[in-house]
Design a protein around this ligand. Structure first.
Ligand SMILES: [Zn+2]
Length: 88
């Protein structure tokens, strides 16, 4: 695919490789254009990505006398999806 004009805002769209698929992305509104078949490939990769995401929790510690406070458990920002990871 060559560069094209965004149908949404008329800015230039540039080709980008994401997940083995070439998409055109608008530099201004971040709109995307890709062939329908490539969308199917990304959806398959999305499903595979979710299958590989196991639970990320630690076992609850047994409460003992003289315990020290727990480590900082502030959650690390995780991508919500494979596509989020690709384009985030
Ligand atoms: Zn645009």
């Amino acid at each position: 695919m060559d560069a094209a004009t965004c149908p949404q805002c008329s800015s230039e769209m540039a080709a980008r490789q994401r997940g083995g698929v070439t998409v055109l992305q608008c530099a201004s509104c971040e709109g995307l254009f890709l062939p329908r078949a490539d969308l199917g490939l990304l959806i398959e990769q999305e499903n595979d990505w979710h299958l590989s995401q196991g639970p990320r929790t630690q076992p609850i510690p047994r409460i003992m006398p003289g315990m020290t406070p727990p480590p900082d458990l502030t959650p690390v920002k995780q991508p919500r999806s494979y596509v989020d990871e690709l384009f985030g």
